[in-house]
Design a protein around this ligand. Structure first.
Ligand code: BDP
Length: 664
């Protein structure tokens, strides 16, 4: 099925001349080294060439023939590759076997993109050392915030026997450069602690082996209170029995799986247990695990999504946005060097628009990963077409001013500025057992784009989308341009018809789909818009608000804290203003709300009109599946428009200056 193959379509090359050129340089492959990763790379190469060019390369260790010459030069740096083309010879020299794998995927991509051979030459090194995916799969077979069907890892507390999908997933991920994965939900439920016990260890190992063929390290999420599930009376990190418990687990795990990556931990967050129960801080909590894993080179990835989820906005200090920074900045420098903090991109929770978490730009002496969410929990749950790379790139290009001007997030998370021992980017996955992996076929682009973007944050959102479109749908010019025009503005479109000006939320509680302006307003999850008859927005200024703005360096603090300089798109995140407040755009807040909501719906209508022109250029199955979702998106966009506009019209009593009909 085409949709299952995603961007590894390997469609037959129709241009005979090109095919012959490819055959001339790839029919013999010389490689001396062997490893399981090199084997996987060679079989992928054979598969791709067979499907695209109808030949399979002869693999040899010694050859003076023309062809592809693969070598490993370990002076070159881990995971790097260098391809040169020289008169019917192609050279792929890599820093290690992962570099070979990435180089081979690069070659296959070029063939899919019909790149002329003379342009195959390239020198590549991943910008981010860790490039990770978090699965939120539960062992009962559900996927938390999964919008593409159930898990393809587990069903009813068993690993699914047929591993074909897991292997194909590993291929898809490694083709974009992903090198680490955690395979179970950060919320570790009952029975799932058995993942680190005999009951499941053999299955975990089998899974780890599949991923390691593709250069991907496997991690497990653990329950901080696991010792208590296994009979201890405490999970206190300073307790000797607790320490012994984890040391013993580490030994057993690494005896089985020397290539195991480590633990991912959600502690003291949304009702999960953690060191706070014992009066310990998060450095004490994480370091205890880190000591257990250190002898084996294991890592502890420790999430910073820590806030009190049972607390209303009672006083300035209880602003949820402040929590991660308030908890973790004072611990900077106290974590062992195999601990890596995991920081969500914004201070709240994967909203359509948030400022960048001030922990990034704040921490100086701590390893960390930036966390994104590919799953569109708050962005239309893979029923709406939203291309996320433009949003992520804004985060990566944000200037923190940590070391003066031009200290951008992308250079901090890559380790370039602070030289952390471990650094990189991680994201919550968006896949499930649906045939097309991601529910919405177009959501495949976010998975592909994530991998490509974190390999090289300087690739443009357009360039990434172009690669994906051509590999997925082919090269027809009208098709490529039309799809590009659909995906590029789609994040902004989604923002237009949902919550305005950085305020976020306004979704139905718990499942987070569809509009509900006051859904969370009087609840205790710390998410508010404070709309009343006079105005809207959250005051996070230093003087009269929560003081969240003070968590940024001076330049950003001043910009955000001052209502006259705060960027429009974040205005209501930082300020409570009257509906008549004038934005930089010249519009009032209320008029902006009306205008963007009408515009958002019109943009979805335009998306549909554009997509309709592709009927003859895309196979029926894929066309229909996308069309169906676009129609639903339009229905929902109207619902958002009408509910948001009506709500603010009633609160403010202010008419639309264009006299459009506001009521549903
Ligand atoms: C929120 C999700 C929740 C996750 C949590 C997390 O609603 O399901 O468990 O984040 O990141 O976005 O831990």
């Amino acid at each position: 099925v085409l949709s299952y193959r995603a961007w590894l379509q390997y469609c037959p090359v129709k241009d005979e001349e090109y095919k012959q050129q490819i055959e001339a340089v790839l029919s013999v492959v010389t490689v001396k080294e062997t490893s399981i990763i090199i084997d996987a790379a060679l079989s992928e190469l054979s598969l791709g060439l067979k499907e695209m060019c109808a030949f399979q390369p002869a693999i040899t260790t010694q050859s003076n023939q023309n062809g592809l010459h693969i070598t490993i030069e370990d002076t070159q740096g881990k995971e790097t590759f260098h391809i040169t083309y020289d008169k019917s010879q192609l050279y792929l020299s890599a820093g290690d076997d992962r570099g070979v794998l990435y180089g081979v995927y690069h070659l296959l991509r070029q063939i899919q993109l019909k790149t002329p051979l003379e342009q195959f030459g390239v020198k590549e090194a991943p910008k981010n050392p860790m490039r990770m995916i978090n699965q939120w799969d539960d062992m009962n077979g559900e996927v938390e915030r999964g919008y593409a069907g159930k898990s393809f890892f587990y069903d009813q507390y068993q690993f699914i026997k047929d591993r074909t999908r897991v292997k194909d997933y590993a291929r898809l991920l490694s083709s974009t450069g992903i090198n680490a994965i955690s395979i179970n939900n950060v919320n570790v439920h009952e029975n799932e602690t058995d993942l680190i016990f005999d009951r499941y260890l053999a299955d975990v190992k089998q899974t780890a082996d599949i991923f390691s063929m593709y250069g991907i390290d496997l991690y497990l999420s653990i329950n901080y209170a696991a010792p208590m599930e296994k009979g201890l009376t405490t999970a206190d990190p300073l307790d000797e029995d607790v320490k012994a418990f984890w040391k013993d687990r580490a030994k057993v795990i690494y005896d089985n799986m020397p290539h195991f990556g480590g633990f991912l931990v959600k502690a003291d967050s949304e009702n999960r247990p953690g060191p706070f129960t014992y009066g310990r801080n998060h450095a004490e909590g994480a370091n205890m695990l880190a000591e257990a894993l250190a002898p084996y080179g294991g890592k502890v990835i420790w999430r910073c999504f820590v806030y009190n989820c049972k607390q209303d906005w009672r006083d300035r200090q209880t602003d949820r946005a402040r929590a991660a920074y308030d908890h973790f900045l004072p611990l900077d420098g106290e974590f062992l060097d195999n601990v890596i903090l995991q920081i969500k991109n914004g201070p709240m929770d994967f909203q359509v628009r948030e400022p960048v978490s001030p922990l990034i730009g704040g921490l100086e002496k701590t390893n960390y990963l930036l966390e994104f969410q590919i799953a569109q929990e708050y962005l239309g749950q893979q029923k709406h077409l939203v291309y996320l790379v433009p949003q992520w790139k804004e985060v990566l290009n944000f200037d923190t001013y940590q070391k003066g001007e031009d200290t951008r997030v992308k250079d901090l998370v890559s380790g370039k500025v602070l030289n952390q021992k471990h650094s990189g980017i991680v994201s919550v996955s968006n896949v499930g057992i649906d045939v097309n992996w991601t529910g919405h076929l177009m959501a495949q682009l976010n998975l592909y784009g994530y991998g490509r973007m974190i390999w090289n944050p300087d690739l443009s959102a357009e360039a990434i989308a172009l690669e994906w479109i051509k590999q997925t749908f082919g090269h027809d010019e009208a098709l490529v341009q039309t799809l590009l025009n659909i995906v590029i503005p789609s994040w902004e479109t989604y923002e237009n018809y949902t919550s305005p000006l950085g305020i976020g939320w306004m979704v139905n509680i718990s499942h987070h789909y569809g509009p509900n302006i006051d859904g969370y307003e009087y609840d205790n999850w710390g998410t508010y818009h404070f709309a009343d008859r006079d105005g809207v927005g959250v005051d996070r200024t230093k003087e009269t608000g929560s003081g969240y703005s003070t968590q940024y360096h001076k330049e950003n603090f001043e910009c955000y804290n001052d209502v006259t300089t705060c960027p429009d798109e974040l205005l209501l995140f930082f300020h409570h203003v009257p509906y008549t407040h004038k934005l930089h755009s010249g519009k009032t807040v209320i008029q902006h709300i009306y205008d963007t909501h009408f515009k958002g719906v019109e943009e979805v209508e335009e998306m549909i009109a554009r997509f309709t022109t592709l009927r003859t250029l895309i196979d029926d199955a894929r066309f229909e599946s996308v069309m169906e979702r676009l129609n639903h998106q339009l229905y929902m966009a109207k619902e958002w428009r009408d509910i948001v506009n009506t709500y603010f019209y009633r609160k403010s009593g202010i008419d639309d200056i264009h006299g459009r009909k506001i009521y549903a």
